[in-house]
Design a binder for this molecule. Structure first.
Ligand code: SF4
Length: 215
């Protein structure tokens, strides 16, 4: 990468030139994402500490609140969060002991259990739901066009990592077998829902997602 010195207040400040190569930009983006991960970690820890739970238990609660029975088994939780089933079971047992969740045998697969929030768990999930609000507020201050571009880039990045097997589940339109990309100015379509999807309405976290690749 090229660099040049700038005199300011007696100090020489070394500044990156605009000819920074792609590798440097890529690492800077990765460092920025790392910083945002740190923000997410801080916000999640804050709410977890307040509720005397672990961050992953908070994430399980929100998953159980959001998704239907088919996505509320130990196997699904392990896949969605890239954890072992043993780790998921331990975290769920602690939630069960606190009366936050209950497990019921899955009638469709008697070897499996469906995990549900109890009334106490549902109240807790409502309370912790807004844990990302501080970040969302800042995202909302970006111009609309920037947010749309950012969303598109992040989705492309997640799909690429999913395709390479770095994460197990993408759970978003552009990696879904129900997604048909619009061509020549035509809108995208979800064949399951049977309707058009605008670029800004591409979904992350859809309960009906089906992986278009191996994951
Ligand atoms: S099923 Fe859900 S994730 Fe898949 S294309 Fe339709 S809206 Fe998107």
């Amino acid at each position: 990468m090229g660099a040049h010195g700038v005199e300011r207040g007696g100090d020489t400040i070394v500044m990156a030139t605009r000819e920074a190569d792609n590798g440097d930009i890529d690492r800077t983006i990765a460092a920025a994402l790392d910083k945002l991960t740190q923000v997410q970690r801080i916000l999640l820890w804050d709410i977890a500490k307040h509720e005397k739970l672990s961050p992953i238990q908070i994430q399980f609660l929100l998953h159980l609140q959001r998704y239907p029975d088919a996505l509320r088994t130990v196997s699904v939780l392990a896949r969605e969060f890239d954890l072992t089933k043993a780790t998921v079971s331990d975290a769920l047992s602690a939630l069960e002991d606190k009366g936050i969740i209950a497990r019921e045998r899955d009638e469709a697969d008697r070897r499996s259990h469906i995990v549900r929030l109890t009334a106490k768990g549902a109240r807790l999930a409502d309370r912790v739901g807004p844990w990302q609000d501080a970040l969302v507020r800042h995202i909302g201050r970006l111009p609309r066009a920037d947010r749309e571009r950012l969303l598109g880039s992040l989705m492309t990045l997640i799909k690429s990592l999913h395709d390479d097997g770095v994460i197990s589940v993408a759970r978003m339109c552009i990696a879904c077998e129900n997604f048909v990309r619009g061509r020549d100015g035509e809108p995208h379509r979800c064949v399951l829902a049977g309707h058009a999807i605008a670029e800004a309405d591409l979904s992350i976290g859809c309960a009906h997602y089906r992986s278009a690749s191996t994951g």
